[in-house]
Design a binder for this molecule. Sequence first.
Ligand code: SF4
Length: 464
Amino acid sequence: MWNEPSAGIAVSALAAEAPRLPQPAVVASVEPGSIGDELGVQPGDRLLSINGQRPRDLIDLQVLVGEEELVLELEDPDGTVHSVALDKDVDEGLGLGFTEALFDGLKQCNNACPFCFIDQQPPGRRRSLYLKDDDYRLSFLYGSYLTLTNLTAADWRRIEEQRLSPLFVSVHATDPDLRSRLLGNPRAGLLLEQLAWFAARGLQVHAQVVVCPGLNDGEALRHTLLDLAGFAAGDRPAVLSAAVVPVGLTRFRPPGDGLLPVDRACARAVIAQVETLHQAFQSRLGSRFAWLSDEWYLIAGLPLPERDAYEDLPQQENGVGTIRAFLESLDRATRHLPLRLDPPRRLSWVVGKLVAEALQPVVQRLNAVQGLDLILHGLPSPYWGQEQVVTGLLTGADLLEGLAGCDLGDGLLLPAVMLRQGEPVFLDDITLAQLEQRLAVPIREVVDAEDLVLACLGGPDKAA
Ligand code: SF4
């Protein structure tokens, strides 16, 4: 799995079993009119404790703030400490944002997966790209995937006591030996017992399986999905959904790792296998339950399932149904298009080559507006050595190479998913400002379908 912590989530990392004393929570923002604002809290102030307790992370903070009577201990940037007592409604927050989500450091993974994307990067990039996030708190807060292999007894107790559910679990295989081999960790073989633990406590997970051809596809995949479905029945299923995604391989991976890329034949075989299982899951669970990411269909050269097939999009963040959901949002956003644009606009929109064809209907619909000329650029990634690449993996270098010499028109529309959340920087550390300067074209980030339409029509910038 690959979860680069967003800017503002965690700047410090920990070994799997080395707890650190929580540091003060540094205030990043204060909501106008909030309790924090009324108290005169300023960005840069440090929250030391709430009712005498120092929060370990945003989860603790939320729990501690859920009292009616609070005593906050705050420290100014000059070191002066204030103690403030206040009464509030139980559900009223403080209106404070913090520079980090974890005040005691990030729990990193203790696995050695041969397909790890983090190990398939070039050296020398920003530090956060090499952090192997396997932190159950980030999983709960932001939906990042974890393996459950680094949890201490205290962590398990906390998950139960604070009802940290749902979590998002990278399964890959349920067979204990196979999972241990895939994760390079004997502790990985405990997964089925761990799922039973969640089930016994009414706690829930979403699962994912990264399919590595020849390792955990075929019968192993069938076995895994059936095992997971065994925890998916009843009023409060322990496993809510299972995403099936293809392994991502780059040119930086170590030689002789034995991994094979997913090709068209493999993609078709996996689709046929999982779609066959859907019938059984539908009748037993009332849901398709196992979700194939869009990439499978794009690699296979097969049409994407209709939007209804994705039910309530339980794994959209994992690239499952993302394109259908985008097209659906686009339908809504283009309901009232003008007949013509005056003055006319000529714009470029850049996406990964893998998804370009599926997005052609979007371009056609927008280009029906007279005076609008939207040109779609579906680029490969020489940086990663991937011809067929998803949009989120395109780097600044890919854009510089792929768009060199192109007439980009009046502006370039750039999906925000290419940039680090919270910072205008690509995966290769090229910044948005550098790209704009080198391409000599104004660049506008687009965050979703509505924003794309707004950008095409010259409306306000949602990302600004
Ligand atoms: S080694 Fe495995 S569990 Fe750890 S970050 Fe890499 S893929 Fe994820």
